[in-house]
Design a protein around this ligand. Structure first.
Ligand code: ZN
Length: 326
């Protein structure tokens, strides 16, 4: 049964189709739907992660494309994983929001102690996260591919420590890089353990490629993945050249930091305008009302990061960022 939180109307065009990934079920890594290719020479273990959210098709398209290339890493190890497979396999283009998760958000389970908590409700996502976790613990560099509810410029979510920004700069796209700490509701996979430890060389990025079902999201996913693999130096320098040359030149990167997470508190949360994301607002501009609470822009330049349509108590409504220098 669909989680009622996900049963809301979609009024955006659905231009992408989900690739059939069932041929990857058995895998070769010991974890279903996780493929791994070891070069046999020293280098980082790189994981490309798709469908942490089952309704975000661009990651599946990029990961499937990469696997179809049968790319052999020249150093280290390359892995490709489909995460919330049960949700993804339930995708229905007539109700494309419903397949985001089965029981709960897979991307809120990665805080200290959560997966090992014996009192935690056993959900489809908890089972899958527990199956994936030992493999994830061997990953040095993670690119987690996502998309957004609203049409918005692509955003690189670089996590809470400076090393994420540095890695985003090496990748070079997209133009907007956001330093952030995620959600009050629970920690994301990209922030798991060493990925958020400033003293560890292990590192992670989360790319938001555009609106979930717009064609360009798949192109952004592929381009970012190619450049991420090049930056990790486990593929040839010109890997993906033929495909990348079809993409427009990337503008210079700009960096932002989330300074405030707005979490829904009441049953009467309403945005003042139909924000799409990445609007730049002057300080004190009214953003939303949460019951009697007024939410206004706290920074001289306040940048809206991914305003949500799932406005239920405990969920993130929007994140508020401001420009920073790298
Ligand atoms: Zn997502």
């Amino acid at each position: 049964m669909t989680d009622p939180l996900l049963d809301y109307h979609n009024d955006l065009p659905v231009e992408l189709s989900p690739p059939d990934i069932t041929e990857y079920r058995e895998g070769n890594s010991g974890v279903e739907y996780v493929q791994t290719m070891d070069s046999g020479t020293p280098g980082p273990h790189v994981l490309i992660s798709a469908v942490v959210h089952g309704n975000e098709l661009c990651g599946a398209i990029a990961a499937d494309w990469l696997l179809q290339q049968a790319v052999e890493p020249v150093a280290g190890r390359l892995s490709v994983g489909f995460m919330n497979v049960e949700a993804y396999l339930s995708y229905d283009s007539n109700h494309p929001n419903r397949s985001r998760w089965v029981d709960e958000d897979f991307n809120r389970l990665w805080g200290p102690g959560v997966l090992a908590d014996p009192k935690r409700r056993i959900t489809s996502e908890l089972r899958r996260a527990r199956a994936v976790q030992p493999f994830l613990a061997t990953v040095d560099l993670l690119l987690d591919i996502h998309s957004m509810q609203q049409p918005c410029v692509p955003l690189m979510m670089a996590g809470m420590v400076a090393k994420g920004r540095d890695l985003a700069a090496q990748v070079g796209i997209p133009s907007a890089v956001i330093t952030d700490s995620g959600h009050t509701e629970g920690m994301r996979m990209r922030d798991y353990a060493a990925f958020r430890d400033p003293d560890s060389t292990r590192n992670a990025l989360l790319i938001e490629c555009g609106q979930h079902w717009e064609r360009s999201a798949a192109d952004v996913a592929k381009a970012t993945m190619v450049r991420f693999l090049r930056a990790s130096k486990i593929v040839e320098n010109d890997f993906g050249h033929d495909w990348l040359k079809t993409m427009p030149a990337a503008p210079a990167q700009a960096f932002y930091k989330v300074g405030e997470i707005v979490t829904v508190e009441s049953d009467a949360f309403i945005f003042d305008r139909p924000w799409k994301g990445f609007e730049h607002l002057a300080k004190d501009t009214l953003i939303a009302r949460d019951g009697s609470r007024l939410i206004t822009a706290p920074f001289d330049t306040t940048v809206l990061i991914m305003p949500s349509k799932r406005l239920h108590p405990g969920k993130t409504a929007v994140r508020l960022a401001h420009p920073i220098s790298q």
